[in-house]
Design a protein around this ligand. Structure first.
Ligand code: ACO
Length: 327
């Protein structure tokens, strides 16, 4: 049996902070509303000129350094993103060029906020099959570029950032990815989508005037799906591995809303001390959310070698996914 061992982790967020008080100057909202409904206090916003591949490359550089691998050792680059630099070429190919990963195949994965776990799952399958040994998995998004800052129901939620991990094939079961589970359910475009700019609605003066190039979301409907599906996919992972909730050392959920995180943790009987939370600092960074959290958990000593970590996420599609990793 081949396991995918995590040998490097890194993340990168833009320097510029947009806090709740500053948002009050942009839309009709308040720090009190945003904090009580979401737990978010501030988020990072990329300065002009900074693009998703820059964030992805910076995060990947840190992960590669920690891994000790040579750039030429990487055989596959996967980037989970819904905000690629452009429709094509893929952001993964742009990252390849930026980092000189000349021996790698590269492609993007679009799965909304589940993009990182979907990418991790694909990477794990390639490693388990024996096809590739060293894989770079990135989740990065610049949601500020597709956020409508006239829509108070969405613009308070999102931020920019990304993270990366390096996986290597390992034949001992002492460390590595123990499971991945992915699910999709089409037909929910009405609650979360970005319509403009694809083949359905190519960019036009009308599409721009109608603000069709921004995220449209029905938050309270999505909230209900999020709590139920995140609980289900976490339970699926725990059961698959013959674990009990108390065997999980750290739960790292998608950072979208503290109320979703707390409700899911409660349904799973996880005490909040075992749940990693940084949503107050970054808001929802979509595919960036889990790898940023993993990097911060590792750097702060909360993710120890041999510890069991559970990650889960839900996003546009709908898509939802989980993974259990022995770190
Ligand atoms: N400031 C002040 N008032 C606001 C704001 C704001 N920023 N946004 C909405 N409101 C108002 C609404 O207009 C509404 O007013 P009304 O009752 O007079 O019509 C009221 O607040 C309540 O709105 P709801 O949508 O019912 O508020 P809710 O408690 O559901 O919270 C939220 C909204 C935070 C979006 C929540 O539904 C949520 O987090 N949903 C999950 C969605 C999510 O996280 N999406 C991210 C992408 S996908 C993912 O990662 C899961």
């Amino acid at each position: 049996m081949i396991y995918s061992k995590v040998i490097g982790v890194g993340s990168f967020v833009p320097e510029k902070v947009l806090n709740n008080d500053e948002l009050c100057n942009i839309v009709d909202t308040s720090d009190e509303w945003i904090t009580s409904r979401t737990g978010i206090k501030e988020r990072r916003i990329a300065e002009d000129g900074l693009v998703t591949s820059d964030i992805a490359a910076e995060a990947a550089k840190k992960a590669l350094k920690l891994s000790g691998l040579n750039p030429l050792d990487i055989e596959l680059i996967l980037v989970g993103t819904i905000t690629p630099d452009m429709i094509f070429p893929s952001t993964a190919c742009i990252v390849q060029e930026k980092l000189g990963l000349k021996n790698a195949a590269a492609f993007d994965i679009s799965a909304g906020c589940s993009g990182f776990i979907y990418s991790l799952s694909v990477a794990d399958s390639f490693i388990k099959s024996g096809k590739y040994k060293n894989v770079l998995v990135i989740g990065a998004d610049l949601l500020s570029r597709i956020t409508d800052y006239t829509d108070r129901s969405t613009c308070v939620l999102f931020g920019d950032g990304g993270g990366a991990i390096v996986l290597t094939a390992n034949t001992e079961n002492t460390r590595g990815i123990l499971s991945t589970h992915m699910h999709s359910e089409g037909g929910h475009d009405d609650i979360l989508m970005l319509k403009g700019g694809g083949s359905l609605m190519p960019a036009s003066i009308e599409s721009v005037n109608n603000r069709e190039h921004y995220i449209k979301m029905k938050g309270s409907e999505l909230f209900r799906y999020a709590v139920n599906y995140l609980k289900a996919v976490a339970e699926e992972a725990i059961k698959f591995n013959n674990l009990k909730p108390e065997d999980i050392d750290l739960f790292v959920p998608h950072q979208a809303n503290i109320r979703i995180i707390e409700a899911t943790a409660k349904k799973l009987n996880f005490p909040m001390e075992k749940v990693f939370v940084n949503v107050e600092k970054y808001g929802n960074t979509s595919s960036g959310s889990i790898p940023i959290a993993l990097d911060e958990a590792y750097m702060s000593g909360r993710l120890k070698e041999g510890g069991i970590v559970l990650i889960d996420a839900i996003g546009a599609g709908l898509t939802w996914a989980s993974s259990v990793i022995r770190w």
